[in-house]
Design a protein around this ligand. Structure first.
Ligand SMILES: *Cc1c(COP(=O)(O)O)cnc(C)c1O
Length: 379
C-alpha cells in the first residue's frame, strides 16, 4: 500500500517536463549538449573546473576509487553510519572498508576515530556529508594531508551545503553527488564526480564510457571501462532542477524549522540541530532520535497504519547481514554508531510537505510513542 504521506517525493514542475520533452523532440538522446551543459553548470556552482556526470552516485563512488588507483590490499576509512553504497564501492575495487566512529552531533566521521584507524595500508578517507550536514573538513583534510591520503567526499546527501563558506564537494581530490529521486535534486537515476584535476576528469570520462579516449574511434579502448553514461533526458532534468536548487533548499529549510517547532513538545525526543557552527546545512532528510527505550519498529508500524511512511536512516553497515560475517566485521564494535542508529527515525520530508501534513505526522508520532512505550509515566 502506498502511504498517504510518503517519506520523500520528487519536485517535478512544468520546467522539468518541458526540458525532458525538448530532448525527446531533438532526437539526441545520449552524449549531447545537455550532458555538456549539465556538467558545466554543476562544476560552476561548486567553483570547480570539472564535473563528470554518471549513471548513479554508486557508479560515481566506484569511478572515484578507480581513478585514485585504489584496489586490492588498500584500506579506505568510511563511516558505518551511512548508505551501504559507500562500503559496496570500496569492495567493488577490491579494497577493504575500515569503519570509523561518528561525531554524535554532526553524525559524520569523527576525526579522532579516523586517526586511530590509520594503518600502512590506508589509502583514502571517504568522507560522507551525512543528511546534508557537512563533515569537519578542516580536521579531516589535515589528517589526509599529514598522512598522504586521498580525500574523497561523498556529497550525495549534501548538494548546496557549506563548511566555512565553501561548498561541500569542493574540498576533496574527488567528490561524488547522487541524483536518485529522494535526494534534494534528481535526474531520476544519476550522479556526478567533481574534481579540480584535469587528469582525473579525463580518466573519469574514459572509464564511464568503456575506457575510450576522447580523441579515439568509438571502438578504440585504452583500458577496461564501464557504461556509466547519463542520458540526455536525465541531464536535461538535472539542469532544470539545478536551476531551482536555491529555492528548493529554502523550502526544505523551512520544513525542517516547522518540524522543529512542532516536535518541541514531545519529551525525550531529540531533534536535529537547525543550525551548526561553521556549517550551512542542505536538508536531505529530517531524522529524529526517539526517546530512550522506545520500540522503533512498533512506532513505525503504528505510523504506517495511519498512512505515514518513516525510515530507519541508517542501519549501521557493519551490522548488515552482508557485512557481519566478513573478516573483522563480526568483532567490530562502534558503540556510538550503534546506539544512535537504534533510535533514529526519518520523518516524511520533501519540498512540498505542508504544515498540515507535518502536524499530522507530529500527532501520529506522539500517539505512536505513547502506545509503543506503555511503561512510561503519563503526564
Ligand atoms: C544516495 C547516496 C549514494 C548514491 O546512491 P545511488 O542510488 O547510487 O545514486 C551514495 N552515498 C550516499 C551517502 C547516498 O546517500
Amino acid at each position: 500500500m502506498t502511504p498517504r504521506i510518503p517519506l520523500s517525493s520528487p519536485d517535478i514542475t512544468d520546467a522539468e517536463i518541458d526540458a525532458v520533452t525538448a530532448v525527446l523532440r531533438s532526437q539526441r538522446l545520449s552524449l549531447g549538449p545537455e550532458l555538456e551543459a549539465f556538467e558545466q553548470e554543476l562544476a560552476a556552482c561548486h567553483d570547480l573546473p570539472h564535473a563528470v556526470a554518471v549513471s548513479s552516485g554508486t557508479a560515481g563512488l566506484h569511478l572515484a576509487l578507480l581513478t585514485l588507483g585504489i584496489g586490492a590490499g588498500h584500506e579506505v576509512i568510511v563511516p558505518s553510519f551511512a548508505f551501504i553504497a559507500v562500503a559496496n564501492a570500496v569492495l567493488q575495487v577490491g579494497a577493504t572498508p575500515v569503519f570509523a566512529e561518528i561525531d554524535p552531533v554532526t553524525l559524520n566521521l569523527d576525526p579522532a576515530s579516523v586517526e586511530s584507524l590509520l594503518s600502512p595500508r590506508t589509502r583514502a578517507l571517504l568522507v560522507v556529508h551525512t543528511f546534508g550536514v557537512p563533515a569537519a573538513m578542516d580536521a579531516l583534510g589535515r589528517i589526509a594531508r599529514r598522512h598522504g591520503l586521498a580525500l574523497i567526499e561523498d556529497a550525495c546527501e549534501a548538494i548546496g551545503a557549506e563548511f566555512d563558506g565553501q561548498r561541500a564537494g569542493s574540498f576533496g581530490d574527488l567528490a561524488v553527488f547522487g541524483f536518485y529521486p529522494n535526494k534534494q535534486m534528481t535526474t531520476g537515476e544519476g550522479g556526478a564526480v567533481l574534481t579540480r584535476s584535469p587528469q582525473f576528469a579525463a580518466r573519469l570520462r574514459s572509464l564511464r564510457n568503456q575506457g575510450r579516449q576522447p580523441s579515439a574511434d568509438w571502438l578504440d579502448h585504452a583500458e577496461p571501462g564501464y557504461n556509466y553514461r547519463l542520458s540526455e533526458l536525465a541531464c536535461a532534468l538535472g539542469r532544470a532542477q539545478l536551476a531551482r536548487l536555491g529555492p528548493m533548499l529554502g523550502q526544505r529549510q523551512a520544513a525542517a524549522a516547522r518540524y522543529d517547532a512542532l516536535l518541541d513538545s514531545i519529551s525525550g525526543l531529540d531533534r536535529p540541530p537547525l543550525t551548526l557552527p561553521r556549517r550551512s546545512i542542505s536538508w536531505f532528510v529530517y531524522v529524529v532520535r526517539l526517546p530512550e527505550g522506545s520500540d522503533r519498529d512498533q512506532v513505525q508500524a503504528v505510523m504506517a497504519q495511519s498512512g505515514i511512511a518513516t525510515g530507519r536512516y541508517f542501519a549501521p553497515i557493519h551490522l548488515q547481514p552482508a557485512w557481519r560475517n566478513r573478516t573483522g566485521a563480526s568483532t567490530l564494535s562502534l558503540p556510538l554508531t550503534e546506539s544512535i542508529a537504534r533510535r533514529t527515525l526519518a520523518l516524511p520530508f520533501f519540498n512540498q510537505v505542508t504544515i498540515r501534513q507535518q502536524l499530522e505526522v507530529t500527532t501520529a508520532l506522539r500517539y505512536a510513542l505513547t502506545h509503543a512505550h506503555p511503561s512510561s509515566p503519563r503526564t
